[in-house]
Write a protein that binds this ligand. Structure first.
Ligand SMILES: O=P(O)(O)OC[C@H]1O[C@H](OP(=O)(O)OP(=O)(O)O)[C@H](O)[C@@H]1O
Ligand code: HPA
Ligand SMILES: [Mg+2]
Length: 192
């Protein structure tokens, strides 16, 4: 285990089994429909790559790069779209693939943007759903795991862009980020 991790919440094998389960359910639910998986860069990359291969039907993949955390463990409150979808979606069923729902700000912003484009339907799938009071509530269709209100990294999730390549999801030791300045204001790298 990486020295900056205090506890592994979900091992590689555990995640793999959950992804297979979600893929099977999504395959059943969207059979015969024109499905587009909308992945949120960067955090959802490992999840969408594995999930797409666990869905046994034709589908499209596209991505939006959305950022609000910067180098912080707290949302800046400002959600920015850094890359948009390639084309119209009014003839498609959209399934948003998120790595985590925390404050709810990213997802509620994204849902507003996508709804205005009139997809045939809009559903949401997240690997992790943090138990906390949310700033914005959005109904979620597929949840991998519910997690405690701790800052987690791995399997795509970062702190200051690091740890995304850990194969498991773990709790980051608070000592790594204690003393961080306000969101978007600092540029510290975590301990190696
Ligand atoms: O519910 P929220 O409090 O809005 O948090 C969830 C969002 O925050 C993270 O994105 P981040 O801004 O860190 O961008 P990244 O995916 O590039 O790391 C994460 O990947 C989710 O998209
Ligand atoms: O707990 C978290 N870890 C990493 N990125 C995040 N973005 C929102 N919450 C988190
Ligand atoms: Mg992030």
């Amino acid at each position: 285990m990486h020295q900056d991790i205090s506890e592994i919440l979900f091992s590689e094998e555990h995640i793999k089994a959950k992804v297979q389960e979600l893929g099977k359910q999504i395959t059943e639910d969207f059979q015969g429909k024109h499905l587009l998986l909308l992945g949120t860069l960067k955090g959802a990359v490992p999840f969408i790559a594995d999930l797409a291969r666990a869905i046994d039907m034709p589908l499209e993949l596209d991505y939006m790069a959305i950022s609000s955390y910067g180098n912080s463990t707290q949302s800046s409150g400002i959600v920015r779209i850094l890359k948009d979808l390639e084309g119209p979606i009014d003839n498609k069923h959209i399934l948003i693939i998120e790595d985590i729902i925390d404050s709810g700000l990213t997802l509620s912003y994204l849902v507003d943007v996508i709804r205005r484009r009139n997809p045939l339907s809009l559903s949401i799938c997240t690997l992790l759903y943090k138990e906390r009071k949310r700033m914005k509530e959005v109904p979620v269709n597929y949840i991998g795991f519910t997690i405690p209100d701790k800052f987690v990294v791995g399997y795509g999730l970062d702190y200051a862009q690091y740890y995304r390549n850990l194969p498991y999801v773990g709790i980051l030791k608070p000592s790594v980020y204690e003393g961080e300045s306000e969101p978007e204001q600092q540029h510290a790298s975590p301990a190696e």
